[in-house]
Design a protein around this ligand. Structure first.
Ligand code: RBF
Ligand code: MG
Length: 333
């Protein structure tokens, strides 16, 4: 798969003399979470492109337009760029174009974006997008403009229907984030099509887990923009290299111990695991939330509670069949 960065892109201007470049079918969107709605759109792009031997392509704007335009301080993502790229690649998209969402880029008119950039420069002959997709300067471009341009320039135009929840709501990154905020990991996972995953390097914690509680934990460094679900204790699967382990995750501020944390931390206790994994990358797939984080007046009470948590997790793993295919869906390779 090819990833084209901004350096190769002559933002907005038309480039001639690239006749050797293959035609592309381009999926447009931000694709945060690569949820089941995105997956349907991307799969149809891959299939249709294959029929005409075009290169299936995703065009990503980075950072998220809303982050720049609305100047939001706290803008969390389900999938920071590296995770998103890995997942899109895994689905079978052949090329990803990443465009810096700069002020220059923002000032490109909707029609120029489609015609000069996508059609002329990237040889787009098919386009895929959802109903809520708007594009170009002041987001003035919509599906009606796209349809008009597709007739004028003769490219295929696919407006993809949203995938709906059982309650008939269109699945979007926003409604998935709302579920995570409430700790409804089951709903979030159902709409994502895979268990929500947190990836990061193992860093040094305070060693209290191993020393005092007899529950060693790996503390994970989390990318700043990564969305964390509601604080609490979660049953999880842990991927280290090619191995998958069972474990329990604490997301929170450890109120039992006085400390100043700017943001909730993520740490995982991996069952039957005794290796030193500092500096290694691991991924945690959250399966079920079992309780809130609590402040205990005695450390022994916390230890007892964690032993209770372990029993609940063991029962869970006994009673549930884990679909490992979806765990691997967003595995980097
Ligand atoms: N810390 C708390 O202050 N309250 C809790 O309810 C709590 N629950 C935990 C449950 C599990 C399964 C794990 C692994 C950790 C939990 N912790 C909790 C965090 C614990 O205080 C931490 O692992 C140690 O202090 C080492 O950093
Ligand atoms: Mg630790």
């Amino acid at each position: 798969m090819r990833i084209i960065g901004n350096n190769n892109i002559d933002n907005g201007k038309s480039v001639l003399g690239h006749e050797e470049k293959p035609f592309t079918y381009i999926a447009l969107g931000f694709f945060d979470g690569v949820h089941i709605g995105h997956q349907a759109l991307l799969k149809s792009c891959i299939e249709k492109a294959r029929e005409v031997q075009a290169v299936s392509t995703v065009l990503l704007l980075e950072p998220h337009p809303d982050k720049i335009v609305k100047e939001l301080n706290h803008f969390y993502l389900l999938t920071p760029l590296p995770e998103r790229i890995a997942m899109i690649k895994k689905l079978g998209i052949q090329q990803i174009i990443i465009i810096d969402f700069t002020p220059e880029f923002q000032s490109i008119r909707a029609e120029d974006f489609i015609v000069r950039m996508l059609f002329e420069q990237f040889k787009m002959r098919g386009v895929f997008f959802g109903y809520n997709y708007h594009f170009g300067y002041q987001k003035k471009g919509d599906f009606q403009l796209m349809e008009k341009l597709s007739r004028k320039y003769h490219f295929r135009y696919y407006l993809i229907e949203p995938v709906k929840t059982d309650e008939n709501i269109s699945i979007s990154s926003t409604i998935i984030k709302e579920q995570l905020e409430r700790g409804n990991i089951l709903k979030a996972n159902q709409w994502l099509g895979y268990p929500y995953k947190i990836t990061g390097k193992v860093i040094h914690g305070d060693n209290r887990g191993a020393k005092i509680l007899s529950v060693p934990t790996a503390n994970i460094a989390i990318p700043e923009e990564k969305m964390l679900p509601k604080n609490g204790i979660y049953i999880a699967l842990v991927e280290i290299g090619r191995e998958i382990y069972q474990g329990l995750v604490n997301i929170g501020v450890k109120p039992t111990f006085k400390q100043k944390l700017k943001r909730a931390g993520v740490e995982v206790h991996i069952f039957e695991f005794h290796h030193n994994i500092y500096q290694q990358e691991l991924s945690i797939s959250l399966l079920k939330r079992i309780r809130d984080e609590k402040k205990f007046s005695r450390v022994e009470d916390l230890t007892m509670q964690i032993n209770q948590d372990k029993l609940i997790a063991h029962t869970y793993f006994k009673e549930n069949i884990i679909d490992y295919k979806t765990i691997h869906m967003n595995k980097k390779s």
